[in-house]
Write a protein of this length. Structure first.
Length: 179
């Protein structure tokens, strides 16, 4: 997901009213960076465990809590899924491109993700580099570009193809085996 998408998905995109994880959800049209709905899967056990721990942390601090007992584990389904440390939604910055198209970014969340990469020992890491790493890893494992493009929200498979073609590890391997 893009940083802007992460900043705008809601608790209701992750949980149903009974508090169960929506294994199959969607990046809604109003959230998707390209304006096209696509599937969103909360099926990775480690991701779900981390998300659940995060939601417990949020509830303990009453960040995005609701008075509706039990519903959505006590969280407001319309609240942003990811909040700042003080419990506020991340702010989007509107830009108007030279073409006249409006674009939104979430620099604060992007900077936070970059800090997480740095703290993990990954220099120059960003949300975009994580998306690229995901795509390259899936491609190496034999996943087809059509499915990778769908998960990433690319309108064109050629975008995904360009993303995975410059796989630096594979290129280095080719050079190493050249002689």
């Amino acid at each position: 997901m893009s940083v802007t998408e992460l900043a705008t998905i809601t608790v209701g995109d992750y949980l149903d009213a009974k508090g169960n994880v929506r294994v199959t959800s969607a990046v809604r049209v109003d959230v998707a960076h390209n304006g096209v709905e696509r599937p969103l899967f909360w099926s990775n056990r480690r991701v779900v465990a981390a998300m659940d721990a995060y939601l417990v942390w949020r509830l303990e601090r009453k960040h995005g809590a609701t008075v509706r007992k039990g519903a959505y584990r006590g969280l407001d389904p319309q609240s942003a899924l990811f909040l700042t440390e003080d419990g506020r939604p991340y702010t989007l910055t509107k830009r108007v491109l030279p073409s006249g198209v409006c674009s939104y970014s979430c620099n604060t969340l992007g900077a936070y993700i970059s800090r997480l990469h740095t703290n993990a020992g990954i220099e120059g890491g960003s949300a975009q580099s994580a998306r690229r790493t995901f795509a390259v890893k899936q491609h190496r494992q034999g996943r087809d570009l059509v499915h990778i493009a769908a998960i990433l929200g690319h309108k064109s498979v050629s975008t995904t193809k360009r993303l995975v073609e410059g796989d630096a590890v594979r290129l280095a391997d080719i050079v190493a085996r050249a002689v």
